[in-house]
Each structure stands twice: as structure tokens, then as C-alpha cells.
Design a protein around this ligand. Sequence first.
Ligand code: 0X9
Ligand code: ZN
Length: 297
Amino acid sequence: MEWSSYHRLEDIHGYMDYLAETFPDVCSVVSIGNSVEGRPLKVIRISNGKANAPALWIDGGIHAREWISPAAVTYIINHLVENSEDLEADYYILPVANPDGYEYTFTRDRLWRKNRKRSVGSQCTGVDLNRNFGYRWGGLGTSKDPCREIYAGSGPFSEPETNAIRYFFEASAANFKAYLTFHSYGQYILYPWGYDKRVPPDYADLEMVGKQMATAIKKAGGANSVYTVGNSATTLYAASGGSDDWAKAILKIKYAYTIELRDTGKYGFVLPARYITPTAKEALAAVMVVTEACKSL
Ligand code: 0X9
Ligand code: ZN
């Protein structure tokens, strides 16, 4: 895999399978379910088998048009596998959580956001997967109108993509300490809650580790690598049914963050491929900071 261009789903999945075949002691690939159109939701587990390692979840591509997210997440996968002797955590990584939408942005509509669910009784297609998780579903910042970009779906976890993530966690015995979901754009490190401006009881820890991430990102990048840390609803806007809120409230995973990668608006979702590597290095720096924080829990 190389990071000078954005890759189609097939290439990303092919790369994951290649890693699992080539480094079977370190990684394995499972499909945790299928999308609306039947594409697999592939998760790679990366671990060197050290005892008592904390587990971290990383996902990308919840929103189809945010291409930098799967690109950065595959870069992280590559780095972790190449440096597997040093790993101090077990990683479960889903680089493309919305495979149908992702492919659709290559074939039909570069700015598609949602999945590809057809709604009964409407001409419009797609559910916003980041409004479809089952904590405070249907609250602020969501819509019941299938034609809107923030359509929350017919019910919590109505979508196979979000449901697969829920079932994965229900079935997993791993000791998850972090849930990182990569989006774009805006350069934000966001922690719960997203459903409104309240904060969780341990928000000071989330703020502290968030700031450490921002510092590490600055070091990894440069003048443009400034990320703003804060509560999701206050820093950005209120939006209910997000994966981060669900991970924090229901799964009780301490370090739940949404990280909005580059840029700050010049190119927005259509970030030129020359920015993949610098942005991915920032994302990796953030993952390393969170790994460190998880170790001391
Ligand atoms: O609106 C979203 O889903 C995220 N921003 S994006 O531009 N990538 O669409 C922010 C989600 C923050 N988390 C919650 N609101 N729970
Ligand atoms: Zn997004």
C-alpha cells in the first residue's frame, strides 16, 4: 500500500488480508458483518500477544466523503504492524465503516455522506451512521427526514453497519480502554458529550489526554497542525446518536474521542492526496498518546 493516493475499498481490504496472511502472528482479519449492499465490514486485530495489554478500537470512514479518514487509518495499521515488537496494546481497527457510501463517492457522488439504505416511503437514500447509535438516539442535531444529511434512521442501530459494531463489542472479551473514531474536517479532538453541552464526570481526564494529543500532533506536523480540543457539542455542535457518546455511555470506554482530521476548510472533504501522509502522521501521533494513557489505567 502507498499513501500518495486515495484507495478504493477493494485495495484497502486486499491490503488488510495481505497483512493477515503475511504476519499471522501479529494480525488477523475478521468481517464483523455486512453493509446494506452486502460489502464486508473488515476489522483487523493487531497484537503481539503481551499479557494484560489494554485494547483500543479505531474506526474510519463512517462518513463516506471523508476520504482522509480511511487513508489515515490504513497508515496507522501499516505502522502498527511494522512496529509490532514494540506494541503495548491490542488494536481493533475498522478502516471503512461505511463501505457502500465510500464506494459511492468514487462512482457517483464525491460528497456523499450517509450509508446507502433505501427508505420506505421516500425517494431519498441514506442514513447518517453517526446519528444511528443507540445512546440518546433522535435527540438534538438529528433529523427524522430521510432526505436530510443528518437522518438518524428508523430507530437506534437500524443500520447493519452500526449494528455490526454493536454486536462486535457485545461479543468481544477484550478490555477496551479507548474508542477513537476518525472523521474530517476541521482539526478537532472532540470528547463527549455530543448529544448536548454537558460533560461526563471524568471529562478532566479526557481534556488532559486530548491536549496531550494536540501537543503530539503539533510536534509531528508543523505550523498547520493545530487541533482544537474540547467537548463535542460545545466545540462543534450538538449531535445525538454518535458512536463516541455510545462508546462512553453504554460501553463505558474511558477514552472516547472523535478526531476531525485536516484541513480547516480550504479543501474540506476534498483534501488533495499530497496531504495524506502529513495528516496520517498526526493521526498516528494521537493514537500513540492514547495508547500511553490507556497503559496507566
Ligand atoms: O457531525 C458529525 O457526525 C461529526 N462531524 S462531521 O463533520 N465529520 O460529520 C462530529 C461528531 C461528534 N460527536 C458527536 N456529536 N457525538
Ligand atoms: Zn464525519
